[in-house]
Every structure is written in C-alpha cells, then in structure tokens.
Design a protein around this ligand. Structure first.
Ligand code: NAD
Ligand code: MG
Length: 339
C-alpha cells in the first residue's frame, strides 16, 4: 500500500476552504478540533438543541445547524453514526451542498452500499483514522498522530485525492502515515474484522470458554478470570509486539498449548463460517439486513442487547470488577468503536 506523510501533503489546498464537520461525537469533535488547531476554517454542524452546542462553544469552535453549515462549506465531513447518515444526508445535506463541493466520510459504508448517493458533481472522499476519536485528539495534542486511511469515490474536480491527503494531514495523520485504499476495501475489511474477529469472534470465543468451564462445574469467578479478564494481558502483548512477541511473554506451557490446541478450536468449521460471513458482507446482504433492522425500529437489535446483558458472565463480571477499582473507565467516552 502507498503511504503518505506530512511532506506529501499540500496543505494549501485547504487554505481558502471552510470545512463543515457534521456531528460532534467521537470522531467529529476530534476532527473539528485538530483541523481548527491546524489553522483550517471549521464550522461544526449540529442538530437543533444538541447537547454538543455547549461543548463546541467551550472548545472555541463556531457551530451552526447542519443545513447552514453544509451551505457555507467547501468540504462537508459527515460524522453522524453510519445508520443515521442516510436520513441526515437526505433531509439536511444533499440539497444544500454547494456545486462542486467535497463530501467526506470516515467510513465507507454509506457510499459503498449506496445508502447515500451524492450528485455527480460532488467530490467524494474518505479519511478514516484507525483509532477512536479520543486518541485522534490526544495524539495530535502530543505532536504525533494516528494512521489514517484515505480513498476517493468521485473526483470531478481532479484534485480530490490531494484534498483527502491534506485533510488527513491536518488531523495529524501525516505524522503517522496516510494509507490509500478504496471505499469497497475499507468497508468490507472493516465489517469483516469486527464481525469475525474483533467483536463477534472474540465475544463468542470468550463466552463459549466461560460457559464450558462453568458447565463443567468450575466457579464462574475462575471462568471469568481465565477467559475474559486475562484477555487484556494477551491482547496488549499482541498489540505491542505481534503474535510472536506475545508468545515470548507467556510461559512455555502456554505457548505449547497455543500451537497444539488453538488450531483445533478455530478449525475448518470456523474458517468456513468466516468465508460465509465475508460473502454476506461482499454481496451486500449484511448491509441490507442492518439497514432493514434500523428502519424497523431496531427491535431485534434491542432484544440481542437485552439477552447479552442478562448472561451470567455479566453478573459475575460486575462483582469481580468492583474488586478492581482501577478498571473503572477514565472518562465518559465508553464507546470505543472499532474502526
Ligand atoms: P458518534 O456516535 O460518537 O457521534 C455521532 C454524532 O452525531 C453525535 O454527536 C450525535 O449527537 C450526532 N448525531 C446523531 N444523529 C444526528 C442527526 N440526526 N443529526 C445531527 N447529528 C446527529 O459517532 P462516531 O463514532 O464519531 O462515528 C462517526 C463516523 O466515524 C462513522 O461513520 C463511523 O463509522 C466513523 N468512525 C468512527 C470511529 C470511532 O472510533 N468512533 C473511527 C473511525 C471512523
Ligand atoms: Mg474497523
């Protein structure tokens, strides 16, 4: 993959432009503040009576309604939740976009699956930081940055890629690395990663391990420590040093069990299921299902959440975490969306 850095970015393409950042959540706040501190003219687009108004004011940023912000901007970065983007685009953005404006996203879902269809004269690009907004901001403040993916979907102006690189650099990405991909690849790999491994795969693996021990008569507290709590130690090692580095940090007994038992747990059946899940992402059936679920009021989604909340692993976890007060979240950004 091609990697760009600050030296490849021509920040002058942003110098006479106003950027509207729509939504002031995890990504929105980080993008808006970093752009502003990089000297870019920013206006935050908020819905009426948004609780984010007070925060944006305190952060020293100007804000307006989503409609007004869109109308005054050369670049519109849409940072409302993916499932809200079609409605926000349809009601407040689409017909207020300036001709030849740039419409930007931090994830490819809406464009790749066609839930947002911009006019042909709009330039469409993506800048997707590979980290939660909180880190996008704190790394920028520390003089560093988080890696970003960029992609171009429509380019009638002929300089959309240049603009995407400049935007990514202005939020700090150029200090770490800006990698070029496509809306298709970003969307499909992102969904696959979160479904098969990071969220779906890991939650199911942890839960199955916990249930296996408890069903065999072991104390739920023991099962929780062994199958969930200690996961962080292993993941931190993998994150910092890769799988090989993690194996250097565990006992030889654990390492031997890893080689000989791991592939029996995640065997051909699991790989087959992974390929099926990837197929449902690629053929659009997962996206259609999720869009339908949201449109139908998310009743099924709520039932999944309720069932998960009442699982014994949550009750025992609550009791055990209370014994470890240092685990309490540091701030109110509990939601670490994996992106
Ligand atoms: P978020 O839920 O943290 O914030 C969304 C913001 O939009 C909130 O301020 C909310 O009040 C506002 N909002 C919701 N509905 C709205 C509406 N109808 N009109 C106006 N504002 C509305 O979302 P996020 O996690 O920042 O995600 C934004 C985008 O960034 C998504 O495309 C997501 O996939 C992408 N992304 C997120 C992360 C991450 O770590 N959170 C990382 C990379 C990319
Ligand atoms: Mg992801």
């Amino acid at each position: 993959m091609k990697v760009f850095y600050d030296r490849d970015a021509d920040r002058r393409v942003l110098s006479n432009k106003t950027i509207a950042v729509i939504g002031y959540g995890s990504q929105g706040r980080a993008h808006a503040r970093n752009l502003h501190d990089s000297g870019v003219d920013v206006v935050v687009g908020l819905r009426a009576h948004s609780r984010s108004e007070a925060i944006a004011r305190e952060d020293g940023l100007r804000f307006a309604s989503v409609e007004e912000a869109t109308a005054m901007a050369d670049v519109v970065m849409l940072l409302v939740p993916d499932e809200e983007q079609p409605a926000v685009y349809l009601h407040s953005v689409g017909d207020r976009l300036r001709p030849n404006a740039y419409l930007a996203f931090a994830h490819g879902f809406a464009i790749h699956f066609g839930t947002v269809v911009p006019p042909k004269n709009a330039n469409v690009f993506m800048v997707a930081p590979k980290s939660p907004g909180r880190l996008v901001r704190s790394e920028y403040e520390a003089g560093r940055g988080t890696p970003c993916l960029i992609a171009v979907h429509q380019d009638p102006s002929g300089n959309t890629r240049e603009l995407a690189i400049a935007y990514a650099a202005a939020i700090g990405g150029g200090r770490a690395g800006i990698l070029e991909t496509t809306f298709k690849d970003e969307t499909e790999t992102d969904l696959f990663g979160e479904q098969a491994v990071l969220c779906g795969g890991v939650s199911a693996l942890v839960t199955a391990g916990f249930e296996t021990l408890v069903e065999s008569g072991y104390a739920p507290e023991m099962a929780y420590f062994e199958c969930l709590h200690e996961l962080k130690l292993i993941v931190d090692l993998m994150h910092e040093r890769g799988i090989g580095g993690m194996r250097e940090g565990i006992s030889n007994t654990a390492e031997y069990g890893d080689y000989t038992r791991g592939p029996r747990i995640v065997g051909e059946e699991v790989r087959k299921a992974m390929r099926t899940v990837l197929g449902e992402i690629q053929d659009g059936s997962f996206a259609r299902e999720w869009v339908r679920e949201h449109a139908a009021g998310s009743g099924g989604f709520d039932r999944f959440r309720e069932a998960a909340r009442s699982h014994p692993i949550e009750q025992v976890g609550e009791r055990l975490r209370a014994l470890m007060p240092w685990l309490a979240p540091q701030d109110d950004e509990l939601k670490f969306r994996v992106c």
